[in-house]
Ligand binder design. Sequence first.
Ligand code: BTN
Length: 253
Amino acid sequence: MEIRKIIRVEETESTNLLALELGTNGAAAGTVIVAETQTSGRGRLNREWYSPPGTGLYFSLILFPKLIAADLPKITLAAGVAVCEVIESEYQLVPGIKWPNDLLLDGKKIGGILCETGPVRGDQLSRDTLVVLGVGINVSIPEVDFPNVLRNKATSLQAYSGKKYAKESLFEAILVNLETNIVLLEQGKFEKILEKWRTRDALKEKILSWLDPAGNVVTGEALGIDDYGQYHIRDAQGAVHQVLSGDISPAES
Ligand code: BTN
């Protein structure tokens, strides 16, 4: 996987949506779509991603990864680590990750990753699934500008640190790191990602609550991710639950 082409747009609904369209219509792996603003940026669980012009980084990378379907969720974890490492090395901030994709500074969200899959292409000998890897980073959005639902929950690199950030060099460094981590995955070296992800686990040792698929609230201790990247919680009775979908959050005290 190599970054091949960067397509810049002023405004789009969602770079993920555009990348899914382009990827379905022949765009090559390694094509990146970056927008100054999104009118309908997408977050996980059908949430909206606040994407004001100029103050955030919003891009999507088209992939046809050499991975089996069961391994595709690992891309989100690998991307989270890649972005955190750039923020840490370039700006001396140490972001944590709330499973699977929230990038946090002191519990406040500064970025997120959204992987979406498109159609499979190719024939029986070589089949590839389109994966769009979307990254959103709050670079210099003032905290007061966030919509009410995000107030106290989100911040930006600049609001948090008081320093100014060069969006373009952040973008370039992240692309390099993403490429490295995706190659690691394709080489079957997920353990290298796991090791790094675990050091950034923002929920480690916390008491969490999770709404399971049956609609029950499971409360228990965070056990972290297993070797496949799935999160586990141990409830008060000692039963271990594998988090299959939805959100896990620190339980209200
Ligand atoms: C999340 O935290 O729920 C994921 C947020 C992902 C946002 C990015 S911004 C660029 C790309 N295009 C989208 O519509 N979403 C992702």
